[in-house]
Design a protein around this ligand. Structure first.
Ligand SMILES: [Zn+2]
Length: 439
């Protein structure tokens, strides 16, 4: 009982002591209206959603949103329609778009030691929003273009497109996402005020940065993005500590819920996003008509026909991978050619094995299954499934090797895909194979 009285007295005394030394930061000169911040942020957020793998985990999303809504109680968060999203990315980073769209990576949640640190990251991002750093930087970068856009009354729809035409794009490290050191110092300062207003220990924001800096200095590549998007304004931790001394409130918590450890664990164990394999067959086929043969192939793939070498390939652009040795490998698509046996006469079984040995000489991990009889364009052929290391990192590959005896030698087709992609594409490979005609 007695304790409660003491606390009450301390609280009542707060507004009278100390508080005057704290600054109230205001947004800088800005040609955008606050409503236009929101419109621009909403457009940019729609673009980001297409590019970044967002986490759709009810518990984790609800938790981060709950922390964010609590921070919105602070007058230093302003009156923005904040949204909080979690990005499935192990890199330690967080960012905010104008108007209130806040994103935090799973890697950043994992890097926090307690709830107050995560709240600190959110409060820092919300401060970029409330101090309107994004549109302030655009205003500074291209004031003349902006004035004419605003005067043209076109503003409000397709802002991103208009900005892009003025040379201001929304890309990694763009003016919208990479802040100046001054903006960083302001976001830290205002973030501390938000944390203190709602009762989280603002020193935890300093602890978070301290740990980040020391790990970043040890060359941890997962931190590079954060430190370049949110550059250290200099003595970051010390500045926060000095400010905290000015804050009248002295009683803080590091957690307001009991959920942080479970949520950190959840963030750590969210499986990485499915790798985007660009170049999946479009569904439409078109015809390749070469000297030796013709066939149908996916219309979004390209033909690489280097006639003198008698080897050709049809692949999506992304299917050709530069190897570290300077050569190229095909990781996805089709390769075709003619193998000439030493004997001059053609023996399908024997020459197929000789070709596999030749392929294995430059693919040390290659493993061949037993060859099966097949037919290509009405002719006797063999189909051999090969397993190999993929030129795409951390992938294995499955190949169909199809061999057909022809007057000029052993004609072969190799259909190539990563193991994870093969089941998806085998129907298309089969269609391509059925369409082969010899000239
Ligand atoms: Zn920042």
């Amino acid at each position: 009982m007695r304790k409660a009285v003491v606390t009450l007295c301390a609280c009542l005394a707060l507004p009278l002591s100390g508080g005057a030394a704290l600054k109230e930061l205001k947004p800088g000169w800005n040609l955008f209206s606050p409503q236009q911040d929101i419109e621009l942020g909403r457009e940019a957020s729609a673009e980001i959603t297409k590019e970044k793998p967002l986490v759709h985990n009810g518990r984790l999303n609800a938790y981060v949103t709950r922390l964010g809504h609590n921070l919105m109680q602070s007058p230093h968060a302003g009156n923005w329609p904040f949204e909080f999203h979690v990005v499935n990315d192990k890199n330690v980073n967080a960012f905010a778009l104008p108007g209130g769209f806040v994103y935090v990576n799973t890697g950043a949640i994992d890097a926090c030691e307690n709830e107050a640190q995560l709240a600190g990251v959110l409060a820092h991002e919300m401060s970029h929003v409330n101090l309107r750093h994004g549109t302030y930087q655009i205003t500074k970068a291209a004031p003349l273009e902006l004035v004419s856009m605003l005067a043209g009354a076109l503003f409000g729809r397709g802002m991103l497109g208009q900005l892009a035409r003025a040379g201001i794009g929304l890309t990694a490290g763009s003016v919208l996402l990479r802040f100046s050191r001054t903006a960083e110092a302001e976001a830290d300062y205002n973030g501390v005020e938000i944390l203190a207003d709602v009762g989280y220990n603002p020193l935890e924001l300093a602890h978070f940065f301290e740990k980040l800096e020391s790990k970043g200095n040890q060359g941890n590549s997962r931190l590079v993005e954060f430190l370049s998007d949110h550059p250290n304004p200099g003595n970051r931790e010390k500045a926060i500590e000095e400010e905290v001394r000015e804050v009248p409130r002295k009683r803080y918590v590091t957690s307001m819920t009991r959920d942080f450890p479970a949520m950190k664990d959840l963030a750590l164990h969210i499986p990485p996003p499915e790798k985007k394999l660009p170049g999946r067959p479009s569904g439409e086929l078109k015809e390749y008509s070469g000297r030796a043969f013709s066939m149908m192939y996916p219309s979004n793939w390209q033909v690489f026909d280097d006639s003198p070498s008698e080897v050709m390939a049809i692949t999506p652009t992304e299917g050709v991978v530069q190897s570290s040795g300077g050569g190229t490998s095909i990781g996805y698509g089709l390769q075709a050619g003619t193998y000439r046996a030493e004997s001059g006469t053609i023996d399908l079984e024997h020459d197929t094995q000789a070709l596999i040995r030749q392929l294995a000489a430059s693919n040390p991990d290659l493993r061949a299954e037993r060859s099966e009889p097949a037919g290509v364009s009405g002719q006797r052929a063999l189909m051999t499934t090969l397993h190999n290391r993929s030129p795409f990192p951390n992938e294995t590959e499955v190949d169909w090797l199809v061999t057909v005896p022809r007057p000029e030698g052993l004609f072969y087709l190799i259909f190539i895909a990563t193991q994870s992609e093969f089941e998806r594409v085998r129907g298309v490979f089969d269609q391509m194979l059925q369409s082969v005609r010899f000239n």
